[in-house]
Design a protein around this ligand. Sequence first.
Ligand code: PLP
Length: 442
Amino acid sequence: MDEFQQIYKINTKKSHSLYKKSSNIFPGGISHNIRFFNPYPFFVRKANGKIITDVDNNNYIDYWMGHWALILGHSPKIVSKALAKQVMNGTLYGTVNNLSLELGDIIHNLIPRAEMMRFASTGSEATMYAVRLARAKSGRKFIAKIIGGWHGFNSTLLETVNYPFSSAEGMGFNPDRNYIKSIPFNDLDASLKILNSIKDNLACLIIEPVLGGGGCIVPEKDYLQGLQEFAKKNGIILVLDEIVTGFRLSINGAYNMFKLEPNLITLGKIAGGGLPIGIVCGEKEILSLADPKNRSKEGYCSIGGGTFSANPVTMVSGIQTLTFLRKNKDQVYDKINNLGNFIRVELEKVFYEYNINAIITGIGSLFHIHFPNDNIIKIKNATEVALCDREKLKNFHFVLMAKYGIFFLPNKMGAISYVHNKQDLIKLIESTRSIIEYKLLQ
Ligand SMILES: Cc1ncc(COP(=O)(O)O)c(C=O)c1O
């Protein structure tokens, strides 16, 4: 690996010098924890389509795609043209506007369970508001989440994110943490046992339909339905966090695919078309608790949106993106889902051919590689992901980046966008083959 660290350092000298300055200003030199990787992250100069270019003029085919948000690639023309126009008409009205109504209408039509919604600027806010609404509606205190589930940096849900999933994710949390209970993904019996022990004081269960940051893991048959059944029976609000899967797996959301009926849904990423957004939406009966006209009434729940909520720039990029996806849904989703199937099958074949123990997980246009240490034959939950050889995966991603110009945020799942094509994936497969043949994975 030292050799590739050297190649990287030689090719990214300007990034190195910027990183040194950056470390004096930002803790760790970054503004999102996962954006740091050793020896230092490259600094991006521009991004277009599927390519990001760093300040040293290295090009990378991007599979990180802005935290998986950029389903149409970087700066698609339909979005950037509309944005240029909007910027001349104001970037932040700080009051209600037609554009938010337009985007709200589109979302409401695509996701009928989004009877009402509140726009915010990040997914972290959306999930924070979702659990607050659930507590307000139910009058209960406990929140259940999945071990390894990621719902953003809000204090309430920053629990059981990192292996071994038992200690606090850091200092500075409020006592609220005692009211968070975590359950193992894809183990219905164990999950129900835990939920049962707190069911009378359980406000909501928040769950990603496909475990994203936790390892790109698909739910096993009947797991989500089993949880939903339990929630319904016990008056527990089901919050489906579709911040990754919303408009990614299908135009109508994963809840539709998995035949779920969540009471609340959180959306983000793709919905903002590459600009900041978070949305909490769902049943009118719950969302209307946030109506500020009822501030003095019992049951009122104060949630935000924030200074930049529903800003016209995000609204325009969201409208353009979702309108494109809606109009071209067969073409877009057929393409990216087929490419996703192709890469999962072909990567598995390459590793198998060379007798390397690897498991490829994912669904639709999302995929992830795991190198199990023992006899795991299927990855079912975040603990199994954590027990895989994470160092090997990090090194694999690093070599792809440093030698082959293919970018995954080290250790993170990849996302295929509409701008990727089969040739890009063949390049990824061939690069993987070379990495194995040169014995760089040992
Ligand atoms: C499932 C899920 N929920 C919530 C969030 C938080 O969204 P944001 O980073 O916009 O705050 C993320 C971010 O990756 C996510 O993957």
